[in-house]
Design a binder for this molecule. Structure first.
Ligand code: B1M
Length: 211
């Protein structure tokens, strides 16, 4: 089996102790971090999602696979994030209230950081008021992630809270996550939608006029 497939399989099997040395090996063999990310890690999580949908995996298996992926992402981070770049803007990023999925959000945060944004990572299950207080602390962009159809409405609730706080005019709002669409972004009055981490960077740059 090719090394990248071994990484993918080890994430699916939730074997963090296998994934980490294999990612180290892949990096030392000169395999591009981007290839490890997409063909190894992200592809593995899609398969885990499919297995969950089809009843082959349950929540504990999903969680263990996510932990293996997170351990691999920690290793990849320095390779994906350029160090010492002058900040081009401040982003408050979080997964919306009620939603505990953090891998996609963290990946978007990592890529934004690599593109020169200063990141305030608010974590998961972030209440609208927390986004508002990050804006009061100087964030220009609010970046919201949602992985559940049931938590998407909390994006709209957060926009309402920002409006109510009188901060909407000076705030750019970017949203994303597997169930989120451009149409939904338009519907709730967000300024942008991105389907993945690299387009999130392009969108964020465009939103603050740094494109
Ligand atoms: Co959950 N889960 N989960 N889960 N989980 C999904 C999302 C699901 C699609 C699985 C399935 O049924 N196929 C399903 C949602 C169904 C729906 O609402 N339509 C689901 C469910 C149902 C649940 C629970 C309700 C299960 C239960 O308890 N019965 C529960 C909810 C808990 C909660 O949040 N309150 C739950 C729990 C969990 C775990 C905790 C076990 C674990 C998360 C662990 C963690 O994050 N630390 C988990 C996992 C791992 C998944 C899957 C398998 C993988 C998610 C992931 O990390 N993907 C997922 C199935 C799937 O996605 N195929 C699933 C990899 C990641 C890189 O991709 O997050 O999509 P993603 O991020 C992408 C893009 O979406 C985009 O860029 C990223 C990189 O390209 N993006 C943005 C994301 N945020 C963005 C923000 C942006 C822009 C782009 O701008 C701001």
């Amino acid at each position: 089996m090719a090394l990248i497939d071994e990484i993918r399989q080890a994430v699916i099997d939730g074997q963090a102790k296998v994934v980490v040395p294999k990612v180290e090996q892949a990096l030392s063999e000169g395999i591009a971090p981007d290839k490890i990310l997409h063909e190894g890690l992200i592809s593995a999580m899609s398969e885990v999602g499919r297995m969950f949908e089809e009843g082959e995996y349950f929540v504990p298996e999903m969680l263990i696979a996510a932990r293996a992926m997170a351990a691999a992402l920690d290793l990849l981070k320095p390779h994906l994030v350029e160090q010492g770049v002058e900040p081009i803007g401040k982003v408050a990023i979080g997964t919306v209230k009620g939603d505990l999925h953090d891998i996609g959000k963290s990946l978007v945060a990592m890529m934004l950081e690599g593109a020169g944004f200063e990141i305030m990572d608010l974590g998961v299950d972030v209440a609208p008021e927390k986004f508002v207080s990050a804006l009061n602390d100087g964030a220009q962009i609010v970046a919201m992630s949602a992985l559940l159809t049931t938590t998407m409405p909390n994006m709209k609730a957060t926009i309402a809270a920002i409006e109510q706080a009188g901060l909407r005019d000076r705030t750019k709002i970017l949203i994303g996550g597997a169930p989120v669409t451009e149409a939904y972004a338009n519907e709730i009055g967000a300024d942008g939608y991105a389907p993945d981490a690299s387009s999130a960077v392009r969108k964020a740059r465009a939103l603050i006029g740094a494109a």
